[in-house]
Design a protein around this ligand. Structure first.
Ligand SMILES: Nc1ncnc2c1ncn2[C@@H]1O[C@H](COP(=O)(O)OP(=O)(O)O)[C@@H](O)[C@H]1O
Ligand SMILES: [Mg+2]
Length: 621
């Protein structure tokens, strides 16, 4: 078994040998070339004797790996036209080899972020192609996604987690086949590579802007990040941090990766190997080494260059094409591609549910203020329910007593409290996490796994809150007196109706959160949802038998939740002032099950809607 020392760069695996699984669970490459970073650990096998690629040593039985210097990212006549006919990018072509750092610059709105997303596989071009190490990024995204790191402009790290915890959860999601030790090693490696070891236990929101950006990059390097694309990583950073980030990118490129960086900062372009200058309208005005810009474009004054290119983008693009000697008339349309689905196997799905659920619990607890609010809420709502006058509780109300409608008021308040607790629990969730999920979904997290984890955590939390609420009100006002309609114990039965109401409200909250365009829309949604539940539940205002009101109320889960509790308490018998003809409230096993089943059906419908919505949001730009 031979040993050869390989500097950072690209290793070509001779045909006849096979590259085994990386410790970071990359897919096997049978032959061809692969990027090689000095701290990468991978197995290299041929058919007879296995061998190992460790640090900068390749142990190989026959031919040692050959170092090549070929271009490995190939962007060919890329174009993107919106459905309204507007052309965002046209004829963008360039190549980048392993070990290189490419800057994408241009005026605001030129299409730089769009180009970054196209190259990273996040959106599909109308024309042209992107190939990475010989594979079509868009057609073979599912197999390539572990090798592509895309760092969007917004931070995609949960701010409430520590750097190490965030990386650990990300490693669980992105390296599903790795063992625990391998994941820990990957986390240590990226912490070390990005100089974050000293901040491993710092919460992300306590990091400086530059450190936070490094944490986002660290996420993408967990799986290797052989093609690393960053969108404006230095926006909002001071000049010193700006330089620090560019130096870091240089180092990451030197380790054998292909790094593309969209940047508005022109101070450190000399650290890059190549500059791609986009004009407004998404065409190339210059593509080449930064040192040649002056001689080619006639000036190195960026203000002049931007003004000139902005004034006549087409002329700038024509000049570029003449220089490059290319006369691309029209790009061939991109082949229709069936995007390979992420393909998550059931075992991985369960693992994803477990990871996201554990992370969700940690996030809820880490947000101290909100956690305190959630913990206190059932006590506050229970205390408010106890304000109802009278001492009949959920027993027969005295028509001439303090409050002849006492049982109805208690049931109404209990149900509204359950609805409110459930909705308040979840309504902020998905809208706040959208950019993070978009990136995680692209990196392999399934929408079903993500949603399942959220549903489990939030439904259990809602059930726990409801338990406190029910316990306090039952202690203060007494248990239902008419026996159970369905499950034996009236207190348990009442609790089940309220817990299910709260869980469905939690799903309603998630559905609204998935629909909201921004955090600002959350409050109006919460107000309207709560008001609809109050009005249409049937406890406060009679809705049964009233044209339109009755039919609309069937669409409101609170109506069925209230009906289930009313059936348990036998409201028609104990509250003489309530409508006696209300069939949904009848104290019978069948009716109770019908009410609960309708609630569950609402839950199934909402889950389907949320899943559709989060997939849609993840696919949009
Ligand atoms: N989802 C979208 N739908 C329609 N137009 C968009 C969308 N996203 C971006 N654009 C438009 O495309 C152009 C390029 O956007 P972008 O790539 O973000 O530019 P840059 O990053 O160079 O500032 C802008 O004019 C922007 O308004
Ligand atoms: Mg941008």
């Amino acid at each position: 078994m031979g040993t050869s020392t390989v500097p950072a760069g690209t290793v070509t695996i001779p045909s006849g040998t096979a590259l085994g699984r990386f410790t970071d669970s990359d897919t096997p490459v049978m032959h061809g070339s692969m990027p090689y970073a000095p701290n990468l650990v991978a197995e290299v096998n041929d058919s007879t004797s296995p061998c190992l690629l460790v640090d900068d040593h390749v142990h190989t039985p026959a031919a040692p790996p050959v170092m090549t210097d070929t271009g490995c990212l190939n962007v060919g006549v890329l174009g993107l036209t919106l459905p309204n006919g507007r052309q965002l990018l046209s004829d963008v072509s360039f190549t980048a080899r392993h070990g290189s750092l490419t800057a994408i610059i241009g005026p605001s709105g030129a299409g730089k972020s769009t180009l970054a997303k196209l190259v990273g596989g996040a959106i599909t071009p109308t024309t042209g192609h992107v190939s990475f190490d010989g594979c079509d990024v868009h057609a073979e995204y599912a197999s390539l996604r572990h090798r592509i790191g895309l760092v969007p402009q917004d931070d995609v790290v949960h701010h409430q987690l520590t750097v190490e915890a965030a990386l650990r959860y990300a490693a669980e999601l992105r390296l599903p086949d790795a063992t625990k030790d391998e994941r820990s090693a990957a986390v240590r490696r990226v912490l070390d590579e990005l100089d974050l070891t000293g901040h491993a236990h710092t919460r992300v929101d306590k990091l400086s802007g530059g450190q936070r950006k490094r944490a986002s990059v660290a996420m993408e390097l967990l799986t290797g990040g052989y093609l690393l694309i960053l969108d404006e990583p230095t926006t909002g950073l001071d000049p010193a941090l700006d330089r620090q980030v560019m130096t870091m990118l240089r180092r990451l490129a030197d380790a054998g990766r292909i790094v593309l960086v969209v940047t508005h900062s022109l101070t450190h372009l000399d650290t890059c190997d190549q500059v791609v200058f986009l004009t407004p309208g998404g065409k190339i005005a210059y593509c080449g080494p930064p040192s040649d810009i002056g001689s080619v474009m006639g000036t190195t004054d960026w203000a002049d260059l931007f003004t000139r290119v902005g004034a006549d983008p087409d002329a700038a693009n024509r000049a570029f094409r003449t220089r490059a000697g290319t006369h691309v008339a029209t790009a061939p349309p991109a082949r229709p591609r069936v995007r390979s689905s992420p393909g998550v196997v059931p075992r991985q799905l369960l693992q994803q549910v477990s990871t996201v659920a554990r992370r969700q619990i940690r996030l809820v607890v880490a947000d101290r203020g909100y956690f305190a609010f959630l913990a206190l809420l059932p006590f506050i709502l229970a205390a408010l329910t106890l304000v109802v006058p009278g001492n009949a509780g959920l027993g027969m109300a005295n028509p001439r007593g303090d409050d002849p409608n006492e049982p109805a008021k208690i049931i109404t308040l209990l149900n509204i409290s359950a609805v409110f607790m459930g909705t308040a629990l979840t309504i902020r969730d998905l809208v706040g996490e959208r950019t993070i999920f978009r990136r995680e979904h692209a990196a392999g997290l399934s929408a079903s796994g993500y949603l399942c984890a959220k549903m489990v955590v939030y439904c259990l939390t809602a059930a726990a809150q409801t338990a406190v609420l029910t316990a306090i009100v039952v202690i203060g006002k007494g248990a239902p007196t008419r026996g159970a309609a369905a499950v034996g114990n009236p207190i348990v039965e009442l609790y089940l109706t309220l817990a299910l109401t709260a869980a469905i409200a939690a799903l309603t909250g998630l559905a609204m959160s998935a629909t909201a365009k921004s955090q600002d829309q959350i409050l109006p949604m919460l107000v309207v949802a709560t008001m609809l539940s109050i009005v249409f539940s049937g406890g406060l205002i009679p809705v049964s038998g009233r044209i339109l009101l009755d039919q609309v109320s069937w669409m409101i889960p609170a109506r069925w939740g209230f009906a289930a509790s009313a059936a348990t308490a036998d409201l028609r018998a104990i509250a003489p002032l309530m409508p006696q003809q209300e069939a949904l409230w009848s104290h019978h096993l069948d009716q109770w099950f019908v009410n609960m089943t309708v609630l569950i059906a609402f839950g199934a419908f909402l889950a389907g809607y949320i899943r559709w919505r989060i997939r849609l949001n993840a696919a949009s730009r």
